[in-house]
Write a protein that binds this ligand. Sequence first.
Ligand code: TYD
Ligand code: MG
Length: 453
Amino acid sequence: MAKTKTFYKCTNCENTSPRWIGQCPNCQEWNSFVEKVESNLENNFLHNKTSINTEKLILKKLFDIKTETQDRMLSGYLEWDRVMGGGILPGSFIILTGDPGIGKSTLLLQVANKISSNKKVIYFSSEESLQQVKNRAQRLDIPENSNLLFSDQSNLEAIIQVALIEKPDILILDSIQNCSLSENSSVIPGTVGQLREAGFLLCKLAKENNIAILITGHITKEGHIAGPKVLEHIVDGVFYLQGEDKWQTRILRSVKNRFGTIQETGFFEMGTDGMQEVPDINRLILHEASENPGSALISSIEGSRPLLLELQSLCVTSKFGMPQRIITGIDPKRIILIAAILEKYLHIKFSSQDIFFKVSGGFKIKTTSCDLGIALSLLSSYFQKPLPEKSISIAEISLTGQIKPVNQIELQIGEAEKFGINKIFISKSQKLKSSSNTISFKNIYELIKLFPE
Ligand code: TYD
Ligand code: MG
């Protein structure tokens, strides 16, 4: 009979060792090594001794696979439902994460209450007592006769038992970091190992019983273990609740979604009676936009909809040999690159200018369709001349100074026109169905005509 070999594995960083050690040499964690049995899989295959019963494995053609369409569970909060990919899919396993105090519990309680009007929802509050949950619910005007079921159970095995008996449509666990596994589990509480084990158990529960599971997790500061990052590959969806813009709005963003688009955003505002939806964020942004020199409007596609944002630049002659570049909201290299292209082809000495640049409202953008907007914002500040009123730029710029087309232009133009924007700067080679409000440019030499003497 083949001898089973054992080894020791760190539950924190997965480092292995042939013998037990008190402190992991890799992650410096104490008492993190547990005994593991080496897998015999390789051995079995080599000696053709596999114990898997292949008779039960049936291979199917696409035609033979049953089509199952499941209705998504809607909360009625359009911002939430859209980010989820059109509601929560039964049996999906998702995590909502964000800084402590950002409003995860508040938002979940509101959403859970709405869904509980026609679905069975259980809310396990492992962080707060039932009294605290009740106080919050009263603040949020959730009626006492709401169908939502609550428990402050934090032991994961007990939670799973309850779920198997009650068979809810949605199980909410707030938060996963506060849950404990049973005492005889070999992994240490509060470690990555435990979080991962809890993740696997919940994933199994969700898939085998068609229960949608929604868990929350705090982002822990660097160096702290047991962050929700380790769960990202197990779950079907990762959603971040962030609050970085200046209106104190909370942005719900899909970072991973097996059943919907990613980078989809939903906007909420935290008020005295909970999270209110902000359905028209673009109106709020445009209301604040100025028409002064240095300001340029751009559009950035977030998930399935465009955000209209204002870029602001300030260019002043540098007093030092090394000009300053103070840039927020976008990769600084992008601004430096566009400034270099303008310098090369238009002979404007941006290299002797200090450049201060920001995306207004505290938003962060990654899109390259804002290139033209960056160029016009820089030129507008340099010449101290405002861009034409009610204008927006949607185009990329190549290293050779050509103005390039972008994707999903119709959608972006449609959104801009909704707010009365009637001068849409695009590339001459952009293909369009209708173009009554567009002004097109072939290369950056043509931009100068926007700044007449
Ligand atoms: P919470 O949902 O507990 O955050 P998280 O679960 O992400 O840690 O929100 C906590 C903050 O929100 C707290 O500072 C109080 C504030 N708050 C409001 O401003 N209005 C409200 O209606 C509620 C319930 C909370
Ligand atoms: Mg909370």
